[in-house]
Design a protein. Structure first.
Length: 151
């Protein structure tokens, strides 16, 4: 039991020393894909990397048929100027609709815009990260809190 407690203390010291740094203050990530066939695969295979410093938002462009079937999804980090044209536009020629949305925050572009209600420019300051903060490793601590009394 003493050995387990000692191991627990060392584990906590190690976890508290791990830093989760960001490349610059207010860094963020977006789901990113180019012309994906569906939202699931776009999000699943999105590259896990920080957005460039000259971007502030996540942009999603969704093309779909009149029956609602997705034909193309593009997600990327975007500047303010790229987010000026949000909303949905229907093309009578091709019978396709394009909906564009922008959001601010860590991987905020999970969902697809499908209509004028959700094809918007959503700003959520609370979800931004700071360059100096290091999250507390709550899950390992909680696991040890519940496991230790059982031993």
């Amino acid at each position: 039991l003493k050995l387990l407690i000692l191991c627990h203390i060392r584990c906590l010291k190690f976890l508290s020393s791990v830093t989760y740094s960001t490349p610059f203050p207010n860094s963020f990530k977006c789901f990113t894909c180019e012309n994906a066939g569906d939202n699931y695969n776009c999000n699943r295979w999105a590259e896990d990397k920080w957005c460039p410093q000259n971007t502030q938002y996540c942009l999603t462009v969704h093309h779909f048929t009149s029956h609602g079937r997705s034909t193309s999804i593009t997600k990327k980090c975007a500047s303010r100027s790229e987010c000026h044209f949000v909303g949905c536009h229907h093309s009578r020629d091709s019978e396709h609709t394009e909906c564009r949305s922008c959001c601010e925050g860590m991987i905020c572009n999970v969902e697809l815009p499908t209509n004028h209600t959700n094809a918007v420019f959503a700003v959520m300051h609370a979800q931004r990260t700071s360059g100096s903060g290091a999250p507390t490793p709550y899950l390992p601590v909680l696991a040890w809190v519940f496991v230790l009394p059982l031993l």
